[in-house]
Write a protein that binds this ligand. Structure first.
Ligand code: XIL
Length: 414
């Protein structure tokens, strides 16, 4: 088909038809299909931005992955390399490893892609030295929050016992001032280094509690040592470091109404304090039972906060074990990808993706960015759940066609 079209190109009169035929032969690109609605991005790993040896990928596969990124996406997020543990593993001004993050930024800029910085303050993937000091750890969190005279009347966000941690540091702790000092130094250094290049930051990641109780915030060392205002402080420091950057609050499970209520409480409280929070990041690590209706309602309620919505880590788990809950805590993720795939996984995935993108397009006045958490099933953090649009050979799956179809079905923007 293609070769016939190409040979027809020798005739100048047929050039237009030839171009149309060539275009129709291509499956299309996500960035092109949704260009009137939102940016479409992917999380990229270190091998993809350095071109070096790849984890779980041969050099040829990695090269194909890179070509696919350039073809499909106009935005990238670093899957790990801007996390505290990776960029700032040791204390002190010499404790930074900027190389991989610099490679991420250079790759994005040289390919005209919008860059997201992920993430500044998180309870996970943060080295122990950040929280370490000379103060003995408390016997329980409740008494510390109550006794903390530096956070008057603010511990409504922090009641309750320990949530159980993942690699949680248990030794002697930094003081509140020490931890704030480390936070501001880290944020000024990292945001300052990429000022004007990384235009969007996940400032605080996953601070909301998952439990059914009244706690708004999860127990974390940030909360216990600084108090609930660690969130406002982080945003203020990031804003000082780059007043032009779009600052996001990012979390998972916002499709669940109980968790979403906590988000709304938190964001309204930040807005009332005039904290510079500019966008809501909804990770959207969902599963194949996700529907248009659920997402439609979630997006409508989040949009009522008056901020743009960025879908920050989209993937749709089709592993049988992933259908149980709405969580995406990295410590719980292993169990979410167990149990083989659900029946008829390819079709269920395509149907779920169709509903999900129908909701994004419907809410296009709010949804300004959609980022997939990975490029293909082979490199996904939930590889066993085959959650993305491309298979391990970078070939489009049925879900890719379903997503592109939603762009075509949409009524044109005004
Ligand atoms: C994941 C990465 O994909 C993995 O490579 C890493 O081992 C753990 O973290 N929420 C987030 C992301 O905000 O940073 C997590 O990324 C997935 C859940």
């Amino acid at each position: 088909m293609k070769s016939i079209a190409s040979s027809a190109c020798v005739s100048a009169a047929l050039l237009v038809i030839c171009a149309v035929t060539e275009a129709a032969d291509k499956p299309g690109s996500l960035k092109e299909a949704f260009k009137d609605y939102f940016l479409v991005g992917a999380a990229v790993n270190r091998s993809m931005v350095t071109g070096g040896a790849a984890f779980r990928r041969s050099a040829e596969q990695n090269a194909k992955d890179i070509a696919l990124i350039k073809e499909q996406f106009n935005q990238i997020s670093p899957e790990n390399d801007l996390k505290w543990q990776l960029i700032h593993p040791r204390e002190g001004v010499d404790g930074y490893d900027f190389g991989p993050a610099d490679a991420f930024v250079n790759f994005g800029l040289s390919n005209n892609m919008a860059l997201v910085g992920h993430t500044l303050v998180w309870h996970s993937q943060t080295p122990n030295w950040v929280f370490a000091g000379t103060n003995p750890p408390p016997t329980n969190a409740t008494s510390v929050a109550a006794a903390n005279t530096n956070s008057p009347a603010t511990n409504r966000f922090g009641r309750g016992g320990f949530g159980g941690g993942f690699g949680r540091y248990n030794g002697p702790r930094a003081s509140r001032d020490e931890l704030l000092q480390r936070m501001v130094e880290h944020i000024y250094t990292v945001v300052g280094r990429y000022k004007g290049k990384v235009k969007v930051w996940d400032v605080v990641n996953e601070a909301l509690a998952d439990d059914q109780g009244t706690n708004v915030l999860r127990n974390s060392l940030w909360l216990e040592i600084i108090g609930p205002e660690f969130i406002a402080k982080a945003f203020q420091y990031a804003h000082d470091a780059d007043p032009g950057a779009i600052l996001r609050y990012n979390d998972y499970g916002l499709e669940n109404s109980a968790k979403r209520k906590k988000l709304i409480t938190l964001i309204k409280s930040l807005q009332a304090q005039k904290v510079p929070v500019h966008a809501i990041g909804s990770q959207a690590h969902v599963n194949v039972s996700m529907t248009f209706e659920t997402l439609d309602q979630a997006l409508a309620e989040i949009a009522a906060l008056g901020l743009p919505i960025h879908i920050t880590e989209l993937d749709v788990n089709s592993a049988a074990g992933g259908q149980r809950g709405f969580g995406a805590d990295i410590s719980a993720n292993a169990s979410a990808t167990q149990g083989g795939l659900v029946n008829d996984a390819d079709k269920k995935l395509a149907d779920a993706y169709a509903g999900i993108f129908r909701a994004f397009v419907k809410h296009r006045d709010s949804v300004k960015m959609v980022t997939f958490w990975g490029v293909n099933d082979a490199v996904s953090w939930r590889a066993a759940g085959k959650p993305l649009l491309f298979d391990g050979n970078d070939q489009p799956k049925a879900s890719f066609g379903a997503v592109i179809a939603e762009a075509k079905n949409a009524t044109p923007s005004k």
